[in-house]
Each structure stands twice: as C-alpha cells, then as structure tokens.
Design a protein around this ligand. Structure first.
Ligand SMILES: [Mn+2]
Length: 163
C-alpha cells in the first residue's frame, strides 16, 4: 500500500489546483482526467487545502471526486482539517481570495444577497452616510459568490457537511 502526504509546510495546497495535481500525479494517484487511479492506495491530505489561492473550489471538488472513486476502488482519501479549513467552518473568511468567491457567484441566491444588503443598510445607515458608499462597502465585504460560498461551507453544504 502506497501513501502520499500532499500537503505540509511549504507544500500546502492553499487553493492551487496546480500544486494538488502535481503532487497527485507525482504519486501516481490521478490520471490525465484528474480521476483517481490509485487503486487501493491511501492518500492523506494534511489540511490547508483552502484559502489564499484562486482554485479552492476546484481543489475540493477534485479531492471529493478522488475520495469517491478511491473508496469504490478499495482505496481511501483521508482529509485532515487544517487551520484554514477550521477558519472557513467558523466563518472566518479573511484569507479567501476574490477568485474563490467568484467561483461560487453563478449559483448565488439573489434573494439571500438582497436580504443581507437590506440588513447591512439598515444597520449602518445614518444621516450623512450615502447609500453608494455603503453599497461599495457591502460589495467589498461580500463580493458576488460570498453567500453561495458560505452555504457550501455550512453544515448542510457540499463541503461543510463532510466535516
Ligand atoms: Mn498553511
């Protein structure tokens, strides 16, 4: 049984699909289509798959796909929670990249977004504060995709529900 530790120290994946695919290809665990070809091997990922880089959604999708195929082949993908996964689960999003939010923008619930904007406006409006400035602050804090990403990392979301 082979194993590969694809993230530690300077090799943390941190939202880089290239780093992940390089590591997994080098270990012979994925094919050209990025599908599991590790048979009964076990893969241990040591956390910090997310944050900083642009591709954290694609990184997690690849890992989840590999986990499914790996399990069916008799192998296993073990994903440890790093401090950056913990931050995201605790809704501390200070290291999330703009590209990561953008990857979730197509499925953002416009109603949820409008409701959040209404709440933001209500909480922060006061005489002398113009709405355009507030809107800009809201967009900076919650870029398109923000709410869809939060949902995906929530308890019932695609990524949050497997923790
Ligand atoms: Mn790290």
């Amino acid at each position: 049984m082979g194993w590969c530790c694809a993230s530690s120290g300077l090799r943390d994946i941190h939202g880089s699909l290239g780093k992940l695919t390089d590591s997994l290809r080098a270990a012979g665990l994925i094919d050209e289509g990025l599908r599991w070809k590790g048979g009964k091997d076990h893969l241990v990922l040591c956390g910090d798959l997310v944050d900083r880089g642009p591709d954290d959604r694609r990184v997690l999708d690849l890992v989840q796909g590999a986990a499914g195929r790996g399990r069916r082949a008799g192998g296993r993908v073990h994903v440890l929670i790093g401090n950056h996964e913990a931050l995201n689960l605790a809704r501390d999003l200070r290291y999330v990249s703009p590209e990561s939010y953008a990857a979730f923008a197509p499925e953002e619930d416009s109603g949820a977004r409008r409701k959040a904007w209404d709440g933001f406006k209500k909480a922060l409006s006061k005489p002398g504060v113009d709405e355009a400035g507030l809107k800009a602050a809201f967009e900076q804090r919650c870029p398109p995709g923000y709410f869809a990403r939060l949902k995906a990392f929530g308890k019932t979301g695609k990524y949050g529900s497997c923790c």
